[in-house]
Design a protein around this ligand. Sequence first.
Ligand code: AMP
Length: 351
Amino acid sequence: MIAPRGTIGILGGGQLGRMLVMAAAQMGYRCVVYAPGRDCVAAEVAGDFFNREWNDAGAMAAFAQQCDVITWEFENVPVEPLQPIAERLAPHPRALETAQDRLNEKRFVEQLGGRPAPYAPVDAPSDLAAAVERIGTPGILKTRRDGYDGKGQWRIGNARDAEGFSHTGEPLVYEGFVDFAAEFSVVLVRGRDGEVRYWDSAENVHQDGILATSTLPASDAVAGQVEEARALAKQVADALDYVGVLTLEFFATASGPVFNEMAPRVHNSGHWTIEGAATSQFENHIRAICGLPLGDTATIGASVTMENVIGKDAATAHECLADSAAHLHLYGKSAARKGRKMGHVTRVHRT
Ligand code: AMP
């Protein structure tokens, strides 16, 4: 167990890190953030900040020396520089390796009995025609690595779109377009002793590939599929001997839950848990990695909505507070670029 006053290292400097630091501070932990680049909003609330490149081995070693346990908030942290500090990491970096490549991730989940949309690797221009021929259209081409919030994705409506697609040579995966009734996620926490707890599954609505809202309770289309989805998520967590919060995203379809993707970290579709659940995803992630007992994940209230504040909307976001049920979270990011997640608003309704 990591005792309070211990130090937690966080790899990545975004809003997920910021909210992890805030939960850790509440329990008496000190956090140190390691992230390259600018606008590291997690560093603003942390005790120390290594603003260094991932492959700066000296800085990574100095960072690790300060930390009793190290976790990440960003799933594209390169795995190689983490090898020397692997024994201090929770979850284990094998979870990163699995989730960083969409193709590996789909194969891994399929081996455990999950059902992704039909897919095919596209490594060369000629592979796309064959993939479209086999899987059909419409479909979506996605980069295997480094995609997020709908970036690195191209809709292929018909065979002509496929012919016109100019391939840069980076590895891609083509997947069939899923005819879904709704989207939902399973957010779970797994402790060091293997105990697993789930939050209620929110129904998620995406716009332009970016999460717009999460709502609870979910519709009947989702509710009937949560049990099967949870069973798969637990298998994934057990197979990785996972410690912390893990998220799996699904499409609810007429033939059951179709696996979309996994995130080996706290997730935007779990932000509602800060005010909407007895214990938030952030607190339970900290509890899990520190070897503390897990907190109750029950939903508080009759309904909860979480709405993301995207781009320029941040300038007027405080207006939501005219509604006394609203809780505003702004992440302190400076540039309100189009499509950038700037904050979120959660509303918990007791009746
Ligand atoms: P992703 O980054 O892969 O989660 O994709 C972002 C969003 O795009 C998803 O949450 C869906 O709304 C949509 N999407 C992605 N892949 C598919 C698919 N194969 N079929 C239908 N919609 C998809």
